[in-house]
Design a protein around this ligand. Structure first.
Ligand SMILES: [Zn+2]
Length: 198
């Protein structure tokens, strides 16, 4: 799988104690703002994979993300599912989000496919992007998430791990519980939280 997709990254190779938190689907007022407040408490930087239409709706929230030193990446304009979308439409939708990102002087070409679903041809068309997957999914969108199990899983990551949370309304209930625990756990163990770079 990893060899088939050379511009994909699942974790960061590092020998430092660092963790890469990512947040998908924002910016969303209150939810993204909650995340920013939590990150600030731990002097943590992160990467936000934004949906273009949310960037357009909530530019002030997006601006705040950038001002506070986080990276923002592309998550398509309309949160498209790659496997259900033809390649041309998909590519155009990524470019439309890219246009929005330019408003925030974001020139890092980081992309995360919604649902983690992308066809090989679609990924190939984004060869100028680093396509960021993950190795620690928080499952914060789960309806009946067992927090104890989720925390056990999330506090068992090795350096260079890429975590996925969601700063959307649906995931807030779980994310707002899990994120503070994760931040505290790794901070107490001298980890640093870093934004992804290309
Ligand atoms: Zn998403």
């Amino acid at each position: 799988m990893q060899k088939m997709y050379p511009n994909f990254v699942w974790e960061v190779e590092t020998n430092k104690k660092e963790i890469f938190l990512t947040f998908d689907d924002g910016p969303v007022p209150e939810v993204t703002e909650f995340v920013l407040e939590e990150l600030k408490k731990y002097d943590a930087k992160a990467t936000f994979f934004c949906v273009g239409e949310n960037l357009k709706k909530y530019p002030d929230v997006a601006k705040q993300v950038v001002i506070e030193g986080h990276a923002i990446g592309n998550h398509t304009f309309n949160h498209l599912k790659g496997w259900r979308t033809n390649n041309h439409t998909y590519h155009q939708n990524v470019l439309k989000c890219e246009e929005q990102l330019k408003e925030f002087h974001q020139d890092k070409l980081l992309f995360r496919p919604p649902y983690g679903r992308i066809k090989r041809a679609q990924a190939k068309a984004l060869s100028n992007y680093k396509i960021v997957m993950w190795n620690r999914l928080s499952w914060d969108f789960g309806k009946n998430l067992n927090h104890k199990k989720a925390i056990h899983y999330l506090t068992d990551a090795s350096p260079g791990s890429i975590f996925v949370f969601h700063d959307n309304k649906k995931s807030f209930k779980n994310m707002s519980v899990l994120l503070p625990v994760v931040l505290k756990y790794y901070k107490e163990r001298d980890f640093e939280f870093k934004a992804l770079s290309v």
